[in-house]
Design a protein around this ligand. Structure first.
Ligand code: PEP
Ligand code: MG
Length: 529
């Protein structure tokens, strides 16, 4: 059986599927201990979290546990618990009801940041209740052989208790690219796929083959084209982090930047030695039930700018929405070919104010940070004129300095006309994921067309070369942020074509910095003939 889901951490893995048993379902729960006082309970849970934090093997897990430690005695939560206790409920019921009500309040605040915290509160609730019960519910869920972990959902602190060395991959019922488990999986390079309700069809112990890049899970038989030997390593060899900027052997400076989609990923990028963020995908801020507020934008950009500090650049891409990522609150028509449809900057015709708040926040944050704005899916000259006018109008309205404005070169028309765009663009970033799908007429999400989608063939190389040459002729920076930038096999070709800025998955950065130091850019150019 082949399940098509959402890939949230790239790579392939296989192994027996092991179903994760959530804490509150481990063995029969003993009756609640009515004798424990709230203060004793808080001390016990605090102790447990401190222990877990000490044993944690990853910075992200330590961050999650630190946040939970702050929440254990949260006054809002405990005021409600005390109220329910006074009304005659047991401590267990009081905790459960108070947690449910605090979590739903957070979810309804209309602020994405707080909504995400609701899960943390529920997690703390489960932990408190488990401590009121007999000790067996504290038992750790163990995984004894290298496996694919199958779970309906994973709370942040569940991940803290897992033996990650035994986990080759994750198959989840729920989750998104920005969920804690996704961030953790990506930082540890463990492939992960979200399959929704289909998770119920996976049985304990059956062989699973997963592809976190294309979002596929096959039960029983290997994925087409995938290595079938058991034990594709979940964790490729680790490269030491190189914090400073690197040069090639012949002294050419090369920037290795990161593609990220959240504050947590930005932190991981810096930890991995990123020289900046070459692509901030902002789509996830938009994917809820209502548009993000100006505060949401400011908060995200401000937090990331702070993490990057004064020396690293932040390239903020206007949200690339529409197409295959429709939004519930935008009334878009059904499209026969969404990738060729009303997507990204094209949405401005229908929704002229779609990007106003995002641009306002970017321009404000850009006054104090090395921030640049990037327009996705520019195809025609008019797309670019409209984008420039929009950014200028917002900067003028705010009476603030304009921020550098560049564009993705991800539509073949933009590559062919790169010389024109380079006259007014402050920078280019080549988006090979779309550029190649449109050049080769091969849907980037279709796994059977994968051979086209990482193409190093002459046509792809020609489009890339035209873009780089136009940028050089007009002396503007040119980077690449499509997946090809993180493909080790493409690196010599791209260096030879004159590319000196690469933006990639944060996990690949240490390896790329090491490779750059080993390559000679002149030789790469000479090899092109
Ligand atoms: C690209 O198209 O190469 C790109 C980086 O953008 P996205 O993958 O977000 O479409
Ligand atoms: Mg793209």
């Amino acid at each position: 059986m082949l399940l098509k889901g959402l890939g949230i951490s790239a790579g392939q893995a296989n192994g027996p599927g092991r179903r994760f048993v959530p804490r509150n379902q481990r063995r029969e729960q003993a009756p609640a201990d009515l004798n424990m006082t709230p203060a004793e309970l808080i001390t016990q849970v605090r102790q447990e979290l401190e222990d877990l934090k000490r044993q944690a093997t990853s910075d992200i897990i330590r961050d999650v546990l630190a946040a939970q430690l702050l929440m254990v005695d949260d006054p809002d939560l405990w005021d409600r618990i005390e109220e329910l206790l006074r009304a005659g409920h047991s401590l267990k019921t009081s905790i459960e009801q108070a947690v449910a009500s605090v979590a739903s309040t957070l979810e309804n605040l209309g602020d994405r940041y707080f909504a995400a915290r609701a899960d943390d509160v529920r997690d703390i609730g489960l932990r408190l209740v488990a401590h009121l019960s007999a000790p067996q519910t504290q038992e750790r869920w163990t995984i004894r052989e290298p496996s694919i972990l199958v779970a309906e959902s994973l709370f942040p602190s569940d991940t803290a208790t897992l033996d990650l060395a035994q986990i080759r991959g994750f198959v989840l019922g729920q989750g998104s690219v920005t969920s804690h488990v996704a961030i953790l999986a990506r930082s540890l390079q463990i492939p992960a796929v979200v399959v929704g309700d289909a998770i119920a069809s996976i049985t304990e112990g059956e062989p699973l083959f997963i592809d976190g890049t294309d979002g596929l899970v096959s039960t029983g038989s290997p994925l087409p084209g995938a290595a079938s030997s058991p034990g594709i390593p979940a964790q490729p060899p680790r490269w030491p982090v190189i914090a400073n900027r690197v040069t090639t052997r012949d002294g050419q400076p090369v920037l290795i930047m990161a593609n990220v989609g959240s504050v947590a990923e930005a932190r991981i990028a810096v930890q991995n030695g990123a020289d900046g963020i070459g692509l901030l995908r902002t789509e996830f801020l938009f994917d809820g039930s209502h548009p993000p507020s100006l505060t949401d934008h400011r908060q995200m950009l401000g937090d990331i700018a702070e993490i990057l500090g004064p020396d690293r650049e932040l390239i903020v891409r206007l949200a690339d929405i529409g197409g295959d990522k429709p939004l519930p609150y935008l009334a878009q028509k059904d499209e026969a070919n969404p990738f060729l449809g009303v997507r990204a900057i094209r949405l401005l015709k229908e929704y002229p104010h779609l990007y106003d708040d995002q641009l306002r926040a970017a321009i404000e944050v850009g006054q104090h940070a090395r921030l640049k704005v990037m327009i996705p899916m520019v195809a025609s000259r008019n797309d670019w004129t409209v984008s420039r006018a929009l950014v200028a109008a917002i900067a003028d309205e705010l009476a603030l300095a304009r921020v550098p404005l560049g564009m993705m070169v991800e539509v073949p028309a933009a590559a062919l006309d790169a010389d024109y765009f380079a006259e007014t663009a402050d920078f280019f970033s080549i988006g090979t994921n779309d550029l190649i799908q449109y050049l080769y007429a091969a849907d980037r999400t279709a796994s059977e067309l994968a051979e086209y989608n990482s193409s190093l063939e002459p046509a792809a190389a020609a489009a890339i070369r035209m873009t780089i040459e136009a940028a050089h002729a007009h002396q503007i920076p040119v980077a690449m942020c499509g997946e090809m930038a993180g493909d080790p096999q493409a690196l010599p070709l791209l260096l030879g074509l004159g590319l000196r800025e690469f933006s990639m998955n944060p996990a690949s950065i240490p390896q790329f910095k090491a490779m750059i130091q080993d390559l000679d850019a002149r030789q790469c150019r000479a090899a092109l003939g």
